[in-house]
Design a protein. Structure first.
Length: 291
């Protein structure tokens, strides 16, 4: 199928970071970087739409996923069917996600994803509150806005924001029970605004209210161009609240050179890892609390 991105990868006609290959399947790194460093996608070489299409192919994919997961003491193997089942590409694939204590990751079907709290400590309270597009903004307090390109709904590239939320949650060291608010311009449950102006108005207000604005730009002109991100960065870089993250292994890193030059000239922190970018954003939050 010429329109299937995973078929193109399997045929060698599209780029991908290949982790492991078999005669019937291959494991690749998600183009977004994944939710953590070990995140892999296992997909069959043959085009099979989902886990219910061909039980034999599904069994082969799960066997290969089991080979990968055997190397991790804790992990999830997840596959989805249909848009409402959170499937983003109509080509069978299994997510292999290594897990560890306090990693802040929620499974796609758990209540954690539907609430604003992200639990990151065993038995402890949430230390991060996630507010998504067009939801009421909280009272003033420590907050980080996640600015950057948003993947097209149903496209082959996943969102980088869940990994950013996990990084912020793991690194946040608020005093006592103080919680960090993370503001995301993505719509909860994929429900986009009926009026685009309403979304822009919320996003503008949320960015202005944030203690720090974390720009993470995995530039991908084909699937996630994010041209409005350039405008937002230009508006925020002189505020002293912006942090720029530019992964060198993204599909089009050369398209970030101008932003990097502007950031350095104006004194905004620049980092090449999501962990480092999150740390820089939290440093701005902590500096603001001391003023």
């Amino acid at each position: 199928m010429e329109t299937c991105p995973f078929c193109a990868i399997a045929a060698g006609d599209a780029p991908a970071v290949i982790i492991r290959e078999w005669d019937d399947a291959l494991a690749i790194r998600p183009r977004s970087g994944g939710v953590n460093a070990g995140h892999a996608l296992v997909l069959p070489r043959a085009h099979v739409e989902d886990a219910g299409t061909d039980p034999d192919v599904t069994a082969a994919v799960m066997r290969r996923a089991a080979e990968l997961v055997a190397g991790h003491p804790d992990a999830n193997i997840i596959t989805s069917k249909g848009v409402h089942g959170t499937a983003s590409v109509a080509h069978l694939h299994a997510h292999v996600v290594p897990r560890q204590a306090d990693d802040g990751l929620a499974l796609p079907w758990t209540p954690q994803q539907q609430t604003r709290g992200v639990t990151v400590r065993d038995g402890g309270p949430s230390n991060v509150v996630l507010v998504m597009a067009r939801e009421p903004l909280p009272a003033p307090g420590p907050s980080v806005f996640l600015a950057g390109p948003t993947p097209r709904l149903g496209g082959p590239v996943g969102s980088w924001r869940p990994a950013a939320v996990a990084e912020l949650a793991n690194q946040w060291r608020g005093t006592g029970t103080e919680r960090l608010t993370v503001l995301s311009p993505e719509s909860r449950g994929g429900r986009r605004a009926s009026n685009y102006d309403d979304h822009v108005a919320w996003e503008t207000e949320a960015r202005a209210s944030a203690t720090a604005v974390l720009f993470w730009i995995p530039r991908d002109l084909t699937h996630m161009p994010g041209f409005t991100t350039n405008v937002e960065f230009g508006l925020d870089v002189t505020t002293g609240r912006a942090v720029l993250g530019v992964p060198p292994d993204c599909p089009n890193p050369e398209r970030n050179r101008y932003l990097v030059s502007v950031a350095r000239r104006l004194g905004a922190p620049v980092h090449t890892t999501l962990s480092g970018t999150a740390a820089a954003a939290l440093a701005l939050v902590q500096a603001s609390a001391r003023r």
